[in-house]
Design a protein around this ligand. Sequence first.
Ligand SMILES: NCCC[C@H](NC(=O)CCC(=O)O)C(=O)O
Ligand SMILES: NC(=O)OP(=O)(O)O
Length: 311
Amino acid sequence: MNTYTDLEDINDLQALIQEGRNQKKAPLAQKNLGQHKTLAMLFFNSSLRTRLSTQKAARNLGMEVMVINFNQDGWQLEFEDGTVMNADKAEHIKEAAAVISQYADLIGLRAFPSLKDREKDYSEILLKSFAKYATVPVINMESATAHPLQALADAITIEEQKNTPNPKVVLTWAPHPKALPQAVPNSFVKMMKLMGADLTITHPHGYDLAPEIVGNVPVFHNQEEALKGADFVYAKNWSSYQDYGQVLSQDENWMVTMEKLGKAKFMHCLPVRRNVVVEDAVLDSTQSLVIEQANNRTWAAQAVLKELLTK
Ligand SMILES: NCCC[C@H](NC(=O)CCC(=O)O)C(=O)O
Ligand SMILES: NC(=O)OP(=O)(O)O
């Protein structure tokens, strides 16, 4: 693995999941691997889990970490080629990426989509420009359309928690007051396909994810029907892909309740809006995996950092 911009960068998924589980058992077993190496983490958006778990993972491997909140502390970046930079953008990605590459051995990036221009968001201009102009590996810490570190933590969580060889996994849309990205569901669907999981997707009309990502995964518009016999229920809100970035429904009947969950385990990437996405009773029950899922973010990041350090 030379970079971790999306799940396609993974050479051997089972080995990477196993590596994450090994790191969890012995977090400091390779504490000198990253000695004198630095991870620079660039945040264009808020984060709790990604920021802290990735730092923790890097430190467990002996790395130094530098963090910059780009919107507050960095210069506004220009990504287009050949522009006359006489407006608000002070620095071109060509210089910024080349300069950061001299200070750091790995660069992590978080940058959400605009949710205004689908073509532009799905072109992943920020992530791809960094990957192009940086001379060190780039790690996706949630880009416009993908969250591969989250998906790896989700895969580790399902592997740890499953009681049958091929459990039924249901990804359900859930209501939310704001327009949210498709990054988490996109990467979750891709990951479940890579794992060969028994995946079902359920969402209201108008919320289909990108067809090239969904492929032939069964999609139900009846949530109750989809949830029948589920072993894992993964809830997430996302805004519309077709009517790009729009909130078409806030139907509270789609909230995950204990009654709907049945015997299944509950997953969510967090942060989660209580009693909007999912009711308290679910999050406060022993069937909720959300805290363990967030714990696994460290081990997923540590597995990825290890691969990138030893490539
Ligand atoms: N990194 C995990 C999720 C990040 C983001 N959620 C959010 O922005 C929630 C914000 C709120 O609830 O106000 C998303 O859906 O992609
Ligand atoms: N799940 C996740 O990525 O959380 P943060 O947005 O807090 O990093």
